[in-house]
Design a protein around this ligand. Structure first.
Ligand SMILES: [Fe+2]
Ligand SMILES: [Fe+2]
Length: 144
């Protein structure tokens, strides 16, 4: 399997986890929303971890590109982490408007972020790294 295929699938799963949590908020089912949001947050952070601890370092080592796309991606992960905290706070306060608007900001950020990875970083990774071996290493950290 290609790195691009494996990681893109994780993006799609995370999108769905968020959509499920948002659906529960829209229905006013806060208990369900907390449970679904927890899953979304855990899986999103696991995906970031796979990139930051495995994929990006290997990419940087192999290509010698250290101050390029991986730095931008790390910065965007941190922006996403801040928004995840804001979302969790909004859930705790059962603040529907705050949750929905922060969620929209996060989805826009992630959409653009994921597109850059899927169109540039993952294909470059497959070109420069042993795909099968990398997918195995990434899988060892857990499943999204
Ligand atoms: Fe990422
Ligand atoms: Fe990603």
């Amino acid at each position: 399997m290609l790195i691009a295929q494996y990681m893109t699938e994780e993006h799609r799963k995370c999108d769905q986890f968020y959509a499920d949590a948002e659906q529960a908020v829209l229905k006013g089912d806060w208990d369900k929303a907390r449970e679904l949001f927890k899953k979304f947050k855990e899986k999103t952070l696991l995906h970031f971890k796979k990139e930051e601890e495995v994929l990006f370092p290997e990419f940087e080592q192999k290509t010698g590109i250290v101050m390029g796309p991986t730095q931008v991606m790390r910065h965007e992960h941190n922006q996403a982490r801040d928004l995840l905290e804001k979302l969790e706070k909004a859930l705790g306060e059962r603040n529907r408007e705050e949750f929905l608007s922060t969620g929209e900001s996060l989805m826009i950020l992630l959409q653009q972020h994921n597109m850059k990875e899927e169109q540039i970083l993952y294909p470059m990774s497959d070109q420069n790294l042993p795909s099968e071996e990398m997918v195995e290493k990434l899988s060892e950290l857990g499943e999204v």
